[in-house]
Ligand binder design. Structure first.
Ligand SMILES: [Ca+2]
Ligand SMILES: [Ca+2]
Ligand SMILES: [Ca+2]
Length: 382
């Protein structure tokens, strides 16, 4: 039985923010408050705890501390996907005129539908909220969280509060959720790793992915960090001392016409799905539209494309080379070399940079002749 409870008095912007973050980041702290129980690793027991009753007391006292021990329900005991029902909800920015409409119609959007398999790894997949316990970000795998290049979709699962949706997967403009209507809400990805927007849990209302909590995915490792905010449940951490959430890939999103370019990118750059195809070059700069997508360059600007812009040899010492190229902040880069311009000379990797937007490299080359190439690649490509 779930119990109605009021949202926590503390806000994400209060002076208690840092201390709240500290508590949530260390589950032991809250565990010690209840019967001196503690754990150092993820609990695997099958016990359940009446979290919402506990949370009610804590929330009314205006504290983010939770007095209960977070016990996650074993996966095989998960109930069926819920029908739409809402016990309680508070939208964090209800001053806006569309908010009440959003809350009402969102009831229709609460149940999972058919979705892509989760991108979350099977080794690191738990988030944690002091008031809600462990949150399984793989959901039931078939309906689990999907971290995409433009948007997130899929569902998280928490034994104490049920399913949490990251968005429908079909933003109105085909690119990003606008979070301004009942039919257009969800968590966006800005392409730099920052996750922003709103998730929805039928039992707990809106969950904000916003600047204070700074939820983010490391686009090299796939590790998520930061916190998200629920007015009813307080902070939920995506990584703490004993667990974190990690995505194995960044989903490119739907490609309705099958040309290898995601719909979102085509709509963002051309406003339609017909101008670009697998071989088109709209700006005539020699780089196909598909390659401009892969390098995140502007397909409508002939001066924007991936190319080597500078090479020098012998500046520091006779064998020292410097190579520079056009770089974008959303892409990783690697440099390869080989001694002959055409096969059978095979490309060998000189360096691959584990950070976004690298645009130059300096290195010694003792060979008499080398050819170099620069590759741009999308983060966490499946
Ligand atoms: Ca396409
Ligand atoms: Ca082009
Ligand atoms: Ca271009």
């Amino acid at each position: 039985m779930k119990t109605q409870f009021k949202p926590a008095a503390a806000s994400p912007r209060s002076a208690d923010f840092q201390s709240a973050v500290s508590r949530i980041s260390n589950p032991q702290v809250s565990c010690e408050l209840e019967g001196n129980r503690r754990f150092n690793t993820l609990p695997t027991g099958s016990r359940r705890y009446s979290r919402l009753e506990t949370c009610a007391t804590v929330a009314q006292a205006g504290s983010l501390l939770c007095r209960g021990l977070a016990i996650r329900q074993p996966l095989d005991a998960r109930p069926a996907l819920p029908t739409a029902s809402r016990q309680n909800s508070r939208f964090p920015i209800c001053a806006t005129s569309w908010c009440s409409v959003l809350l009402g119609l969102a009831l229709l959007l609460s149940g999972p539908g058919s979705r892509a398999a989760t991108t979350i790894t099977d080794t690191n997949h738990f988030a944690y909220g002091a008031n809600v316990g462990w949150i399984e970000c793989r959901g039931d795998v078939a309906n689990g969280a999907v971290i995409g290049e433009y948007i997130c979709t899929g569902y998280l699962w928490a034994a104490n509060v049920g399913w949490i949706s990251l968005g429908s997967g079909t933003p109105a403009n085909g690119i990003h959720y606008q979070n301004n209507s009942a039919s257009d809400w969800g968590v966006n990805h800005d392409g730099l790793g920052n996750l922003r927007g709103y998730a929805w849990g039928a039992n707990i209302g809106w969950i904000a992915f916003e600047t204070n909590g700074a939820p983010k995915v490391d686009l090299w490792t796939g590790k998520l960090s930061g916190l998200v905010w629920s007015a009813n449940c307080g902070w939920i951490s995506l990584s703490n001392a004993v667990a974190h959430v990690q995505t194995a890939s960044i989903a490119p999103g739907a490609d309705s016409d099958g040309d290898g370019i995601p719909d979102a990118w085509e709509l963002q750059n051309f406003g339609n799905l017909t101008t670009a195809n697998g071989s088109s070059d709209a700006d005539g700069d020699g780089q196909s539209d598909k390659n401009e997508y892969l390098a995140d360059t502007n397909p409508l600007d002939a001066s924007s494309n991936l190319r080597i812009t500078y090479f020098s040899r012998g500046t520091l010492r006779p064998t020292y080379n410097v190579l520079q190229w056009t770089a974008r902040p959303t892409r990783f880069y690697g440099v390869d070399y080989r001694s002959a311009l055409t096969p059978p000379g095979a490309w060998t990797n000189l360096v691959t940079f584990p950070w976004l937007g690298a645009g130059s490299v300096g290195f010694d080359d003792f060979g008499s002749q080398q050819f170099y190439r620069v590759r741009a690649f999308r983060p966490l490509t499946p």
